[in-house]
Design a protein around this ligand. Structure first.
Ligand code: ATP
Ligand code: MG
Length: 557
């Protein structure tokens, strides 16, 4: 469906209504990652939604790091996130923003709340706060510090800020309603003491604002109109609104929640992704098996395919699990249209064409793409070539009628027809060489004797081809719901998620492939040149066809 004919999602309906009623004149959204990990496919949905809305309604979208928790945050994550958002194809409005830029303003608003008798310094421990909070069915109990005079709270907050109070000894809490049916409104914590240096503010602060106290106010400072987050924040919305109503903020943002994207056969919890990295299950955050944007980029997924996938998803008010096959469909769709073709032999078997002279070299032209004009490449054809070992059978059988076997013919892709005459085995009984003859005058033509080959095989010149390492990647987990299975999610890691093949033969033009360049290796799948290794290393992005069944867990070969 075209952009215009697609029905509006619920957020677009809200926006169009706001614009029509003139509640909003310019739509401002934001993408607010916490720099405590790499972005993953779930974030891509949020990025496409937030930046997409800004684009559609000619508004603006900010990139703002939600760096209010210094314990887990690092600059490495900041730069990785910036790179990934750009790679996905989006530009933010103005400079990159940081929650930490607003620490002073947030502190001033905390002081304001105390002065308005709407906040107090509480000396209950975290454990006691939990006990006093009550339950879903029982109201909470007022903290004994709730009625403390404002002057006292102001002085204590100042000491907390200066680092004069031990961690955990005090918090600043809003004074709302300990009997509220919404637990989030039972005097939530606004500031905690953390004697931890911050990646940007260093040792300036000894107290850090809670997510709830920070997020909406940051939105208000930036003039965000529609603050879109995931469903688990729905119960925090009344608190979000309470701050906006009770503080002299410069604008009134509204929060809307949509369903998280979950993909089967993978995990998107940052904690679990970090565990995969820390335990060495994968090589890093950008391991091509990771559902991170950095991993998918290295795997060969394209930004356009990821955006198309995200746009195909419903923006709903329920969480859902999307089939990995849906993402893979968009990857194949994009690569099929755009990836140049190449020939690579993964399991090489030498074929000697006896009726060609030793020094024979013929440059055969081949289109880079079968349907589109992406130019031409040339394939040197020589007396010795490699074909895939699976394309040769010792004896002919109907099941393998498309393969080469003694006395039978195949067409070399983009080349001639050959007929096998003999083969050699080593001492272990492995076939190590096939001898064949070229059927003359068969370039783009059927053989004159009308004995047509049934199959077409890919090949590479043995003397002029190059050798490369090919990494065959597959899904990281063999269980459709690794984090909802009976065991630990790590038990479901697919042992065959990476198979490395050394000594593959590639057509010579591939030796100058750019890092990250995409190809369809004919009959094998989609691959890209690794963007890290300097040698000739290609990563399998995806097989040509889906070999994973939807009905039964695991892979069908
Ligand atoms: P954390 O547990 O560390 O808070 P998070 O997944 O919420 O993890 P953030 O960095 O806070 O990570 O997320 C940035 C934005 O991306 C948020 O607005 C969040 O709602 C959104 N987001 C995160 N995961 C998903 C997901 N699976 N689907 C859609 N949006 C997501
Ligand atoms: Mg979060």
């Amino acid at each position: 469906m075209s952009e215009d004919s697609k029905p509006l999602n619920f957020i677009e309906q809200i926006i169009e209504d706001d614009l029509e009623q003139r509640r909003v004149t310019k739509v401002v959204t934001r993408f607010p990652p916490e720099p405590n990990g790499y972005l993953h496919i779930g974030h891509a949905k949020s990025i496409c939604l937030n930046f997409g809305l800004a684009r559609k309604y000619e508004g603006a979208c900010n990139l703002r790091f939600d760096d209010t928790n210094p314990e887990k945050e690092e600059d490495e994550f900041v730069s990785a996130i910036i790179r990934d958002v750009k790679w996905l194809g989006f530009n933010w409005d103005g400079e990159v923003r940081y929650a930490s830029d607003y620490f002073q303003q947030l502190y001033d608003w905390a002081v304001y709340l105390i002065e308005q008798d709407k906040a107090y310094v509480c000396e209950l421990s975290a454990e006691q706060i939990r006990e006093y909070r009550g339950t879903l069915t029982e109201p909470g109990t007022d903290s004994p510090y709730r009625k403390r005079p404002a002057e006292e709270s102001l002085a204590l907050l100042e000491s907390m800020r200066k680092g004069e109070v031990a961690e955990g000894a005090m918090t600043l809490r809003a004074k709302i309603d300990m009997a509220s049916p919404n637990i989030n409104l039972r005097d939530p914590v606004l500031y905690r003491i953390k004697r931890v240096p911050h990646h940007r503010t260093g040792d300036t602060w000894s107290i850090y604002p809670s997510y709830d106290f920070a997020h909406g106010q940051e939105d208000a400072i930036e003039g965000v109109t529609h603050s879109i987050c995931t469903l688990e924040f729905a119960a925090n919305r009344p608190l979000y609104d309470w701050f906006v109503e009770n503080l002299p903020v410069p604008s009134t943002p509204r929060q809307y929640e949509f369903g998280r994207l979950n993909l089967n056969y993978t995990v998107t919890s940052k904690r679990k992704l970090k565990q995969l990295v820390d335990d060495g299950v994968v090589e890093g955050w950008d391991d091509p098996r990771m559902p991170t944007l950095a991993g998918m980029r290295r795997r060969g997924y394209t930004p356009a395919a990821i955006r198309n996938f995200c746009d195909s998803l419903a923006v709903a008010k329920t969480d859902g699990v999307v089939d990995m096959a849906q993402l893979e469909y968009f990857i194949r769709d994009d690569l099929n249209r755009n990836a140049p073709r190449a020939m690579v032999v993964l399991k090489p078997l030498k074929v000697v064409i006896d009726n060609l002279p030793e020094a024979h070299v013929e440059q055969l032209p081949a289109p880079a793409h079968p349907e589109r004009d992406l130019g031409e490449r040339t394939l040197p054809f020589t007396r010795e070539i490699y074909i895939d070992a699976d394309d040769f059978k010792e004896a002919y059988s109907k099941q393998f009628k498309k393969k080469l076997s003694p006395g039978k013919r195949v067409r070399l892709r983009n080349g001639y027809v050959i007929e096998a005459s003999d083969y050699l085995k080593d001492e272990q009984g492995n076939i190590v060489q096939v001898n064949a003859t070229l059927v003359p005058d068969t370039l783009g033509k059927d053989p004159a004797d009308d004995i047509k080959p049934k199959g077409v095989v890919h090949w590479v010149s043995a003397s002029l081809g190059k050798q490369a390492t090919v990494r065959l990647y597959d899904r990281l987990f063999s269980h459709p719901a690794p984090d909802r299975g009976e065991g630990e999610f790590l038990e479901y890691v697919n042992a065959e998620s990476l198979v490395v093949r050394e000594g593959c033969w590639i057509e010579p033009g591939l030796a100058s492939a750019e890092p990250g360049a995409h190809y369809q290796f004919e009959r094998e799948g989609y691959f890209c040149r690794d963007n890290r290794e300097s040698g000739l290393v290609f990563n399998r992005t995806i097989e040509l066809r889906d070999s994973w069944s939807k009905q039964t867990p695991g892979k069908q070969n």
